[in-house]
Design a binder for this molecule. Structure first.
Ligand SMILES: Cc1cc2nc3c(=O)[nH]c(=O)nc-3n(C[C@H](O)[C@H](O)[C@H](O)COP(=O)(O)O)c2cc1C
Length: 167
């Protein structure tokens, strides 16, 4: 039986409540990268999902406040890098606006021309298919043009904290 203590009408949904409840959905963590016109750019992104198999599409949700997303949208191609268990420092570094995020970070360029970060679990190269404003985020669909993966454990995010997967 589900715990009903947090159920409430729409009038009770404030930001803290929304974050708290939605935080119960455990996810992996990604860094979305692109080769911007002035060099590599990227940001940490939890809001990522597979979307369509035929044709292969993925979905991400960049905040309208992101200073990196417009640089990615400008070039129209990006890579979603899925982080491994040891890459929490990378997740934190790419979440800092204005920082030199690529200092000391190794990468190769993927099929879309965007950085595939070394040591990441999977890389999904995309071209930008659509971006629609949705509240304080954009609902972005990427057409998958390249794929790669490696063995390893994932970095997870649950209720505001990083963790590791175990069976
Ligand atoms: C665990 C975690 C998950 C995040 N998920 C997202 C996300 O899904 N979408 C988003 O726009 N920002 C997300 N962020 C915040 C961005 O990484 C951060 O606002 C951004 O990197 C700021 O830099 P920018 O101004 O260069 O974009 C997340 C941050 C962390 C630490």
């Amino acid at each position: 039986m589900a715990d009903q203590r947090d159920s409430a009408g729409p009038e009770a949904i404030d930001s803290a409540h929304y974050r708290s409840v939605l935080g119960h959905f455990a996810t992996g963590i990604t860094i979305v990268t692109a080769m911007g016109n002035d060099g590599p750019v990227g940001f940490t992104c939890q809001s990522f999902s597979a979307l369509s198999l035929e044709p292969p599409l993925i979905w991400i949700a960049p905040a309208t406040s992101s200073s990196t997303w417009p640089l990615i949208a400008e070039v129209g191609s990006f890579t979603v890098n899925v982080l491994g268990a040891e890459q929490e420092p990378l997740a934190r570094a790419f979440a800092k606006s204005g920082a030199d995020k690529f200092a000391g970070v190794g990468y190769d360029l993927g099929v879309s021309g965007a950085p595939r970060l070394h040591g990441t679990l999977a890389q999904i190269d995309c071209t930008l298919s659509s971006a629609i404003a949705a509240g304080d985020h954009f609902s972005v669909v990427g057409a998958v043009v390249g794929l790669a993966s490696a063995h390893g454990a994932p970095l997870l995010y649950f209720r505001g904290g990083f963790g590791e997967f175990s069976y």
